[in-house]
Design a protein around this ligand. Structure first.
Ligand code: GAF
Length: 383
């Protein structure tokens, strides 16, 4: 992070001709278990990771917002005393959306110069978008001393993504980027937004491997899964699938098509697995945690149908090394992206070697490997 802080300071001075007053960071995230459960009012178990988006800023008084995206030389500006509209730069809409919805509650801020820089891999399912939204919201909150509760801040960022960007995500990513805790995963009840901190045993490493599978239809497939879950909840006559049981689903099986039945089965069983995983992890029961991660992967593959052949191959390669000593599954929205392994630290090199040897040979794709640890959520960084 120190290197990125130096780089962003230098760039800010070069672009604006004076130094930044504030630098904040917001982390990406990895979800250990509980996939697609957040928008079903269910449970998730993510942690924030040591890959971050940084924003350097200084306030202005002329209602102008200028922003520079250092990593791809992007630029965008708009005025706060006019309606905030869509930008033709798609990345800038994550920023504009957050400004728009914060301005609705706190209309008094008067402009800002920003530089954005980071190392959360883009499009890898590690929540680079949430890290951007949360870093923008944290910048405004801190610069202008705005009273915004952290959970409220996460909800504003989710609203920006849902309504301004048009991606119908749940609350998990913005929540964990805001409220993550060092060395802990958070069990989040996505209905009440209550949390329980679950320590990650110190002899385990969080290993993330990017399959580098790119799927062009992630957003439309994601929205389709949401619709199918809503359809199942309607047939089961519950508010959300969180309120359904497997017995109820079996009773109503005749009344729904097979796809909707399997989507609902994934959500209902995944919620149960996530609650059990939080207990297993807190009791340092890695054997059970590993089983639950494996069941979760199979459920995503067969019932929710969000994995991809190369991702399944990657999971199998890692699982063959780990046996019952650690867990591995696809993480995030799916259709490509990353797998996460919770692995005894002494096995990390073996995992890396096995993946280097077998993944490209089997799939023709080259992986990227990120050794992570759980970190705190967004906040200011010392300059
Ligand atoms: C994406 C979404 F943004 C989250 O809200 C969540 O639904 C996740 O996919 C799947 O668990 O990251």
């Amino acid at each position: 992070m120190q290197k990125m802080i130096k780089e962003i300071q230098l760039l800010f001075g070069k672009k604006y001709g004076y130094s930044a007053g504030l630098i904040v960071q917001a982390p990406g995230r990895v979800n250990l278990i509980g996939e697609h459960t957040d928008y079903n009012d269910g449970f998730v178990l993510p942690c924030a990771i040591n890959y971050n988006t940084l924003i350097a800023s200084r306030p202005r008084t002329d209602y102008q917002v200028n922003m520079i995206a250092a990593d791809f030389d992007g630029k965008d500006s708009f005025e706060l005393n006019k309606p905030i509209t869509q930008s033709e730069n798609s990345w800038a809409n994550y920023v504009r959306g957050v400004f728009k919805y914060i301005q609705e509650i706190h209309p008094d801020f008067t402009g800002v110069d920003l530089v954005i820089h980071g190392n959360v891999p883009l499009g890898a399912g590690l929540s680079s978008s949430a890290a951007l939204e949360v870093s923008v919201a944290t910048t405004l909150k801190t610069l202008y001393n705005l009273t915004i509760d952290p959970k409220e801040l996460a909800k504003i960022c989710q609203r920006a993504e849902n309504q301004f960007v048009g991606m119908n995500c749940g609350i998990m990513d913005q929540f964990i980027s805001t409220l993550g805790e060092k060395d802990h995963a958070l069990l989040i009840d996505c209905r009440s937004l209550e949390t329980k901190s679950i320590p990650i045993p110190s002899d385990l490493s969080v290993v993330i491997i990017n399959s580098n599978v790119k799927h062009g239809l992630v957003d439309s497939e994601y929205n389709l899964r949401r619709q199918q879950c809503e359809e199942a909840a309607n047939i089961l006559n519950v508010q959300k699938l969180r309120d359904a049981t497997i017995e109820l689903l079996e009773q109503q099986k005749e009344n729904m098509n097979d796809v909707v039945y399997r989507r609902a089965r994934h959500i209902i069983t995944e919620n149960a697995r996530t609650l059990e995983a939080a207990t297993a992890l807190s009791e340092n029961n890695i054997t059970r945690m590993a089983e639950l991660m494996q069941e979760s992967h199979h459920s995503m593959k067969d019932d929710f149908e969000i994995t991809a052949p190369a991702v399944d191959a990657l999971v199998d390669i890692v699982k063959a090394v780990l046996g019952d000593k650690g867990g591995v599954r696809m993480t995030g929205g799916g259709f490509g992206g990353c797998v996460v392994a919770l692995a005894p630290t002494e096995m990390v090199d073996d995992i890396r070697q096995a993946v280097e040897k077998e993944y490209q040979a089997q799939t023709g794709l080259k992986e990227s490997f990120y050794l992570c640890h759980a970190t705190n959520g967004a906040g200011s960084v010392n300059q």
